[in-house]
Design a protein around this ligand. Structure first.
Ligand code: KIV
Ligand code: ZN
Length: 547
């Protein structure tokens, strides 16, 4: 990676799989993370922060698998997060080994409030830990990123000293996080300018920014940072992340694309340069957004900029009239630019396995023979019900299969009887992890309530349903319906998603997906407790988190 002065474009560092996955309920399994990582590579992000390897064995495995399969010669840099400790750094280095290009991202807080209450350390102590740990990380690889956590609320003079020491110790990227989403755009811009002017060796590292959206200012803050010298933006797809989320990738990329004449001069380019400011293939944006939303269960609000369902819709008569006469009257970008209109009718009832396989390949899905067979069966079932199958239908089927492939409990049968004069009654049969088939029935206030009660009788995992939503994948009465649910158990949220032309089946499957995640988390907890009791636990601590 080049240094600050050699960079004439913006580096997109995607942290959907690390900071994004820290959103309540957005937990992903290893296969789901791999699927998202592959899509991020197709989207063209420069760096994928694939996880926090020391935080859990699952995160370690996911980072390692992503490093193996996506961290290829032509692929993005694969990054792993590590606190400024030897075990964290060493574990991250181990997980990243298979990647052709890898990066360790290590961090320690620098604000007085974090030092006093969280770390209970002096500034002097924190300075020397950071210096020592950056140098330690450097023994594993060249590409090292250092973040002074809560930089936005840190004393600027202390921050300058910290950054100078981290760069001297070998950091090649210094990342400035507004951890609590507190700064305004002008303040964030000033902070970056101050760093450029006051850190003597700043030219030896790339300036990166990271920020949370607590005041809804993350994207605006980043754009101001770009004007003042930031060249790497840390963001997530759909802006998912802790609390109000992170800066949204699609908003940053499209702002830089649509307004490139405005931003060009800040990157030392002629105003009218047409060269893209990022490496992102914007036509992959919509698809990536849908994938992340489906797999994390984090729905995209309809009026969300760029990827919301209303973002390109014109309801009012005046707007419709204007757009029909000339799109530019009310549109600053074409829906095609983000791949929104790429939903072609591709297959039908008579399409064979080869056509199916090759279309999936074109869409970027690389399925094993077994998964392909399962997906093909689903496709045939769908083709019997729905005449024209589009790319989005195919994506819905395959994403559904990915989610179900690691299921502990499997839905074998669901039947309901309901109507305006009937008591809604459901029967379900589930296959348990040890292969038994269990059937139960229940009544409810409606068919979905009855199904959920019947499933509860079989699975017996206490929970509270907090969100249930149904959306259609395409228009038309025969469309696939997508059900997304979120449920709470103790203080944790779990999500589930499923797609089917029958929304009762989709509802049952989405619920089982969420319960399987909850069940897996409880099992993990039990395993940990058992292991601790029998003194078999390795040196891993309780899961660590970072914002
Ligand atoms: O928000 C934050 O400060 C973080 C750091 C780990 C970069 O996520
Ligand atoms: Zn963060």
């Amino acid at each position: 990676m080049s240094t600050q002065s050699q960079i004439d474009r913006i580096i997109i560092f995607d942290t959907t799989l690390r900071d994004g996955e820290q959103s309540p309920g957005a937990t992903l399994n290893v296969d789901e993370k791999l699927t998202i990582a592959r899509q991020l590579a197709r989207l063209g992000v420069d760096v994928i922060e694939a996880g926090f390897p020391y935080s859990s064995p699952g995160d370690f495995e996911a980072v390692q698998k992503i490093a193996q399969t996506v961290g290829t010669e032509q692929g993005p840099i694969i990054c792993g997060l590590a606190r400024a400790t030897r075990q964290d750094i060493q574990t991250a280095a181990e997980a990243l080994k298979p990647a052709v290009r890898s990066r360790i991202h290590t961090f320690i807080a620098t604000s007085d409030i974090h030092l006093e209450y969280k770390l209970r350390k002096t500034r002097k102590e924190v300075l020397s830990i950071a210096e020592e740990m950056v140098a330690y990380a450097k023994t594993f690889m060249d590409d090292i990123e250092f973040s002074p956590e809560d930089a936005g609320r840190s004393d600027p003079e202390f921050l300058y000293e910290m950054l100078e020491r981290a760069i001297a110790a070998g950091a090649t990227t210094i990342n400035i996080p507004d951890t609590v989403g507190y700064l305004t755009p002008a303040e964030f811009g000033d902070l970056i300018r101050g760093i450029k002017e006051n850190v003597p060796n700043i030219d030896q590292a790339v300036i990166s920014v990271h920020g949370h959206n607590d005041l809804g200012l993350a994207v605006a803050n980043f754009l101001e940072a770009v004007k003042n010298g930031a060249r790497q933006l840390e963001c997530t797809v759909n802006g998912i992340g802790e609390r109000a989320g992170n800066a949204a990738m699609e908003e940053l990329v499209m702002a830089l694309h649509v307004r490139r004449q405005y931003y060009n001069p800040f990157l030392g380019r002629p105003v009218d340069s047409e060269a893209p400011l990022t490496n992102i293939d914007t036509r992959q944006i919509y698809k990536t957004s849908r994938l992340v939303s489906n797999l994390t269960g984090m729905l995209v609000q309809p009026n969300k900029a760029i990827v919301g369902t209303n973002a390109f819709a014109h309801e009012s008569g005046i707007h419709q009239d204007g757009v029909l006469k000339n799109k530019l009257t009310y549109e600053i970008m074409d829906a095609q630019l983000i791949g929104l209109t790429d939903n072609q009718i591709v297959l039908g009832k008579l399409s064979g396995r080869n056509a199916f396989r090759s279309r999936l390949k074109e869409l970027g899905f690389d399925l094993s023979e077994q998964d392909l067979n399962k997906a093909f069966l689903r496709f045939k079932e769908l083709a019997d019900k729905k005449k024209e199958i589009t790319d989005w239908d195919l994506e819905a089927i395959v994403n559904d299969e990915i989610q179900q492939s690691t299921d502990l409990f499997k839905l074998e049968l669901v039947q309901v009887s309901c109507g305006d004069h009937a008591c809604p009654t459901a029967t379900v049969t589930l296959r348990t992890p040890d292969g038994q088939e269990l059937t139960d029935a229940a009544t409810g206030t409606g068919p979905v309530d009855a199904v959920y009660k019947a499933i509860n009788r079989v699975m017996n995992v206490p929970n509270q349903l907090i969100e249930f939503s149904v959306q259609s994948v395409t228009a038309g009465i025969d469309a696939i319906g997508e059900v997304t649910i979120r449920l709470r158990h103790d203080d944790r949220i779990f999500s589930g998603h499923s797609a089917n032309t029958d929304i009762i089946v989709a509802s049952a499957q989405a619920y089982i997906n969420a319960l399987n995640r909850l069940y897996a988390a409880l099992q993990l907890k039990d395993d940990r407790i058992n292991a601790q009791h029998s003194n078999l636990e390795t040196a891993r601590p309780a899961p660590a988190t970072a914002s």
